[in-house]
Ligand binder design. Structure first.
Ligand SMILES: [Zn+2]
Ligand SMILES: [Zn+2]
Ligand SMILES: [Zn+2]
Length: 477
């Protein structure tokens, strides 16, 4: 593969990490041009050298890349912020001195640059620096290692996700054929053991959930629980808009998103604190706010440095999405997000590109579930304007984005149903009939009773872009 191709394909994956950099190295030092200048010092000499040596070098083979990766396979990388920074600088200067000693050291130099990249919080930026400052042969080798690394991380994903204790696995199933006769595959969930009707298969808390805006103040802003009359609620200290059901929810919300997204009782509807929440209130569209929460949570995750191999973005980027053409609405939403997050997340401006925003929005729209947490089954709540997977008769009090449940496919004759048994945003999957080990789990995205097959199929196609081939649709065709 050409270097440029590798770079182009890895940048997309790496750019994600740039969002968290502000929380890592002290930004003043990070922006200090010293280390870049250091790298650029011998740039001209190196470029000349690289040109001269280019022809003598044999082409970099896959084998070299694999050998280099194997040589550092068991190495532990530092985890603390200071250690990472120190380690990164050491590797950069080691790599630099190695390549200036000549082409026979290019392999070991590349390993140093690769290791620096592994701990640097904004790898995409560092790649740009490398591209300009290190010999192209070394650069190609670093990129080769990186793309191999990304590839194996991709391949490993479904061997560790979903967690075993959830009793499900992601399975590929055929979903018809294309006009050219090519098989179309889709991913769904299958049970890893048998269940009888009424049994809970798993429970799952959402990555992000949001409350129907008019319920703010009566329902917990974090877990969406209704706050009953006699129960004390915990208000946010900085705004009058939101309340929590417990100190725990208040702390979690604060850390994950609310500290940044809190309106701080600003009166001005166009202030950076208010504009996004004002938009949510007026339009009742939850997706933009959920995406803002998602991005803030991502930064929080990175700062935790939990050692988790996959972050929320890794989970999200594998999901099906709805292709929607960008309109003035998305332009408005993007600018609201940038205003709401801008001063708190440096780099967010560059991160939220139209392409990335449309993909993230499309993923939420395809995968969101309606949440029902009202204690009153007759509660009057006008239905939300965005599509939500739901067959519930109860009122929809909000929406949630779930890692595992997003993989559930639809059937008009489902074998599982979604419940919110503790009246919070935690979803439980319950078997509604006997399920055998290995059987696919299918849920209803839309209500199926009293709707003709034609109408169901149309609705599913409009909202989820597939033609339902479930037994009910096929027999009443
Ligand atoms: Zn709560
Ligand atoms: Zn607040
Ligand atoms: Zn159907």
């Amino acid at each position: 593969m050409k270097t440029s191709t590798i770079v182009a394909s890895t940048i997309g994956v790496l750019a994600v990490a740039t969002i968290g950099y502000a929380l890592y190295f002290d930004s003043k030092r990070r922006n200090d041009p010293e280390f870049r200048r250091k790298l650029k010092k011998e740039r001209k000499r190196v470029q000349k050298l690289a040109k001269e040596e280019a022809n003598k070098l044999s082409t970099i083979t896959t084998q070299t890349v694999e050998e280099a990766l194997a040589s550092i396979k068991d190495e532990d990388f530092p985890t603390s912020m200071e250690e990472r920074e120190k380690f990164c600088m050491e590797q950069l200067s080691a790599g630099e001195s190695l390549f200036t000693q000549g082409p026979e050291n290019y392999g070991t130099a590349a390993i140093c640059f690769y290791k620096a990249l592994k701990v640097y919080p904004a790898p995409a930026e560092l790649v740009m620096v490398y591209q300009k400052t290190i010999p192209s042969e070394v650069f190609a080798l670093v990129m080769g290692m990186l793309s191999k690394d990304v590839q194996s991380k991709q391949e490993k994903y479904y061997t560790v996700f979903p967690p075993k204790e959830m009793n499900v696995k992601v399975d590929e199933k055929p979903e018809g054929v294309t006009a050219e006769g090519e098989k179309v595959m889709r991913r769904g969930l299958a049970a890893t053991k048998s269940f009888s009707a009424g049994q809970t298969i798993y429970s799952e808390a959402p990555v992000i959930s949001s409350l129907e805006p008019s319920l703010e103040g009566d329902f917990c802003h974090y877990c969406l629980k209704q706050i009953a009359g006699e129960e004390p609620s915990v208000p946010c200290a900085k705004c009058r808009d939101v309340v929590f059901c417990s100190e725990k929810c208040k702390t979690m919300a604060g850390q994950e998103f609310h500290d940044i997204l809190c309106t701080k009782d600003s009166e001005d509807a166009s202030s950076p604190e208010r504009s996004l929440s004002e938009y949510t209130k007026v339009t009742r569209k939850l997706v933009p706010e959920m995406l803002a929460k998602f991005l803030v949570k991502m930064v929080h995750e990175e700062s935790l440095n939990s050692g988790a191999e996959y972050n929320s973005f890794d989970h999200m980027e594998r999901l099906r999405y709805l292709e929607i053409p960008p309109s003035a609405e998305e332009e408005k939403e993007m600018s609201l997000l940038k205003v709401a997050l801008g001063s708190n997340i440096p780099g967010i401006d560059e991160f939220i590109t139209e392409e990335r925003y449309m993909l993230m929005k499309g993923r939420l729209l395809y995968n969101l579930y309606g949440i029902s947490t009202s204690l009153d089954p007759q509660h009057e709540i006008e239905s939300l304007p965005e599509r939500l997977r739901s067959v519930r008769d109860g009122p929809i009090t909000g929406a949630g984005f779930y890692r595992v449940s997003s993989y559930l496919m639809h059937s008009c004759e489902p074998n599982v149903k979604i419940t919110f048994s503790d009246k919070s945003h935690t979803l439980s999957l319950e078997a509604i009939r006997e399920i055998k080990e290995g059987e696919e789990l299918v849920v209803g995205y839309i209500k199926s009773d009293k709707v003709s097959t034609e109408d169901r199929r149309l609705q599913l196609f409009m909202n989820y872009r597939f033609r339902c081939m479930c037994p009910l649709c096929e027999t009443t065709d």
